[in-house]
Structures are given as structure tokens and as C-alpha cells.
Design a binder for this molecule. Structure first.
Ligand SMILES: Nc1ncnc2c1ncn2[C@@H]1O[C@H](COP(=O)(O)OP(=O)(O)OP(=O)(O)O)[C@@H](O)[C@H]1O
Ligand SMILES: O=C(O)C1=C[C@@H](O)[C@@H](O)[C@H](O)C1
Ligand SMILES: [Mg+2]
Length: 206
């Protein structure tokens, strides 16, 4: 799909069916969180779920600042993520991820695209759930594989069989994403701009 033809600025009626999202709002948790309009929105999900792409659109629609955790790590380190993995391994990357997330989470009123593995550390999960509305952008394995095949910037997938790796990561992470999400959206069959519009609509209702 050519996302470059999709403009975030053309706000039209959302086309995504309500059936694709679930809001977990047993105790009005989301409503309470969103009663403060400065509340931040945190996007979580696997590599290729569209956190960065949807996040950028959503921020524009709802007038919040967009922040990308991976980009902030790269800016802070002065090198890109594959180089960080090469020099410091995944453990080193995760420590940097937590440090930067701690700093970013002090900011209010942002849309944050997290990295796919940012939910793995308990400290990070606490920062996310206590700091804003957590949205899980879900996609099935075939869609994820297709989306991540476009570029080579993901060190965890720079292996012989990335499909198997995505499957393994999805099995481990899907329950974690669900556990901390306030809202879950299935992104598999919709373009990023429509998903952002749908999210906008959900947020207006809560
Ligand atoms: N809903 C969508 N439909 C089709 N393509 C999409 C959609 N969302 C994102 N993409 C495309 O998939 C690729 C990955 O998207 P993106 O970088 O936003 O994912 P991500 O969740 O931020 O991944 P990562 O965790 O690696 O940062 C990009 O090429 C993007 O254009
Ligand atoms: O899923 C993951 O563990 C990762 C996802 C990317 O966003 C980057 O944060 C990095 O490549 C690791
Ligand atoms: Mg991203």
C-alpha cells in the first residue's frame, strides 16, 4: 500500500467499522484518564503495527505533539537503532529505551509511538499505564511481516527467517499488549489515516 498518497490533513468521516476496536472500560478507567484533555496517548504494538505512521496522523488530528520513542533514542545516541544493537546488544538498547521513556513520560499532551518491545520492562509498563491512554495497534502476522519487509531498520528481524521471529515475538507480547491496553484496534485491513480517524472518534466519545 502506498501510504504516501494518504494525507493526514484531509479529515473526512471515519470509515473504519466500530467492530474493529474494543475499549476496555470496566471501571470507566479510560474516561477518568481522558477527563483531563492534556492526557497523552501511548501507542503500543508489534513492529509494523503502524505506531509511528498512525501516531503522526493522530497527533495532527487531535492537536497533540507527536513523539516517536525510537527516533528520540536515535537522537539521544547520535546513531541509528541497528548501530546501538550492534555495539551494546539488546540489553543496552533496552536500558536506553527505559531512560528515554522516563524523560518523555514527563511531557504532557503528547501522542507517543513506542517501540515494539517497550512494554517488556515492568517499569516501562507502569510509566505507560499511569501516564496516559494506552492504545494497542494490533495486526495479524502476515500483515506485520509484509509491512516490516519494506525496510531493514529492525535489528531483531535482520535474520534468516524473520517470519518465525515475528511469530515468536507476537506470541510473547500479544498478552502483554492486551494486559496494559485501554483501547485495542485491529489495523490489519485499514490504512493508517483511517485508523487515526477511528481513534480520534473513540477518544471524542470517552
Ligand atoms: N494501516 C496500515 N496499512 C498499510 N501499511 C501500513 C499501515 N500502518 C503502517 N503501515 C506501513 O507499515 C510500515 C511500518 O509502519 P510503522 O513504521 O508505522 O510501524 P511501527 O509500529 O512504528 O513499527 P516499529 O515498532 O518497528 O517502529 C511502514 O512502511 C508504514 O507505511
Ligand atoms: O519490537 C522490538 O523489540 C523493537 C521494535 C522497534 O520499534 C525498535 O524499538 C527496535 O528495533 C526493537
Ligand atoms: Mg515506529
Amino acid at each position: 500500500m502506498n501510504m504516501s498518497k494518504k494525507s493526514c490533513s484531509n479529515y473526512t468521516k471515519p470509515t473504519v467499522s466500530k467492530a474493529i476496536h474494543q475499549s476496555i472500560d470496566n471501571n470507566n478507567v479510560i474516561s477518568k484518564k481522558y477527563s483531563n484533555k492534556n492526557t497523552s496517548i501511548f501507542l503500543i504494538g508489534m513492529m509494523g503495527a503502524g505506531k509511528s505512521t498512525v501516531g503522526r496522523c493522530l497527533a495532527q488530528y487531535i492537536g497533540k505533539k507527536f513523539v516517536d520513542l525510537d527516533s528520540e533514542i536515535e537522537i539521544a545516541c547520535g546513531v541509528n537503532i541497528p548501530v546501538i544493537f550492534e555495539i551494546e546488544g539488546e540489553d543496552g538498547f533496552r536500558k536506553r529505551e527505559t531512560d528515554i521513556l522516563q524523560k518523555i513520560s514527563l511531557e504532557k499532551n503528547i501522542v507517543l509511538a513506542t517501540g515494539g518491545g517497550a512494554v517488556l520492562a515492568e517499569d516501562n509498563r507502569h510509566l505507560l499505564t499511569s501516564g496516559g491512554i494506552v492504545v494497542y495497534l494490533q495486526a495479524n502476522i502476515d500483515v506485520l511481516f509484509k509491512r516490516v519487509s519494506v525496510d531493514q531498520n529492525r535489528p531483531l528481524l535482520a535474520i534468516k527467517d524473520p517470519y518465525v521471529k515475528i511469530k515468536e515475538l507476537l506470541e510473547i507480547r500479544d498478552p502483554i499488549y492486551h494486559e496494559i491496553a485501554d483501547i485495542v484496534i485491529d489495523t490489519s485491513s485499514y490504512n493508517a489515516a483511517d485508523i487515526a480517524k477511528e481513534l480520534c472518534l473513540i477518544l471524542q466519545k470517552i
